[in-house]
Design a protein around this ligand. Sequence first.
Ligand SMILES: [Zn+2]
Ligand SMILES: [Zn+2]
Length: 494
Amino acid sequence: MLHLILAALLLAQSAKDVASGPLREDSDATTEDWITRVLNYMESNPETLEELMTEDYAVTEGDIMLSSDRNAVDSVWPSTRIPFTISPESESRTWSILSAMAMVSRHTCVSFHRRTSETNYLTFVMSKGCASFVGCIGGEQPVFVGPQCTRGNIVHEILHALGFDHEHTRSDRDQYVTVLHRNIMEGKERNFQKAKGQTFGLEYNAASIMHYGGEFFSDNGLPTIVSKEEVMNMGQRKKMTDSDVQRVRLLYSCVASGPLREDSDATTEDWITRVLNYMESNPETLEELMTEDYAVTEGDIMLSSDRNAVDSVWPSTRIPFTISPESESRTWGILSAMAMVSRHTCVSFHRRTSETNYLTFVMSKGCASFVGCIGGEQPVFVGPQCTRGNIVHEILHALGFDHEHTRSDRDQYVTVLHRNIMEGKERNFQKAKGQTFGLEYNAASIMHYGGEFFSDNGLPTIVSKEEVMNMGQRKKMTDSDVQRVRLLYSCGTL
Ligand SMILES: [Zn+2]
Ligand SMILES: [Zn+2]
């Protein structure tokens, strides 16, 4: 039966899904053009704010000339174990900061740990943009993390702090890219000046997380940097390239120089490992962790604030979908998740042809979805760790279902232990209004959180009052999960 469904779904796939690109970044026609352009620019290029805010900082802290010092400083940290603190007002960014540090430490011998009494350390502080000194400057060293700075932006700043300049300022860059000085904002030409620096004999890497994007500091929307060879990801802030990893290893004399290790680094502080393990074993909790980044990258969508507000049932039980090219490797996971939903209900899924409202499965860091039909192209986020069960969970969100543990009557069945919940994540445990169809509370629902979701300390965040074997399970839809889909979509008896 399952095979038949999958075969049918595959047959329905006639053409490639052309219209499955990223969300819109188009400007608002009603707003003054230039204001919109500035806003879009700031939101899509938060790092360029490192310069825009530099002046302010130099003023606020008159003894530090951030801009003039930056390229002069070239100090390697005295140890590969870097102490850090996070300032109180940046605590809400803790997870992005930790996961940025984890990205660096995972593949290199550089590790990060909370400062106790060390003299030289990084302090992550709130700011308008993302910014950093280059190299170890001694003492308390700020790394600026504005609201728009994504995990990748923070990695970029940490690499500055470790001693790395921008890749496009390499002295041999003219062999690889053309800098179009006529398009550069007045006063920002120096950001494109070549700098002396150790290249370790590594090839120029236009896809480096330390390379500017093609339109950074453009005055007119035209390119400021063009690569001579075709480069897919110039200016990307998603991940460290092999070359980025190699240069950290070489600068800090890490022993391993082979391919990227996927295992966590034993030399890394325990708590970083715990974070990584946590993220990998609870991919769904990344729906929240990635929200901030997503809201930034695609500034027109406030995922977190929209999620619980939307409550629309799809107009038909036949739901069109597309799978974005970069998610094609997850096709079987996605199809079998849809099969689990359609098998027991009257809701079915088919490849989109020209329908207005449809789901698009897109690549992401975690698993995430809007709640209900939001209209138009509606993304469902499927990260590498999302299992079939996680995808079913997200599809049920998309069909209109909230988390079971947010039912208004939940306190009769479970106890929420607020003291163990991560700071800033309390709202994931807030009760929500919603139709329960008179069905019993179901702690084993595929829509219920597990006992330690968003735990700050490893202790439970939700405890069931009755014994429940499978709270937080993501294996299958329970009878109750099936019933509520049938009721919401008026399936009748099957
Ligand atoms: Zn930079
Ligand atoms: Zn969920």
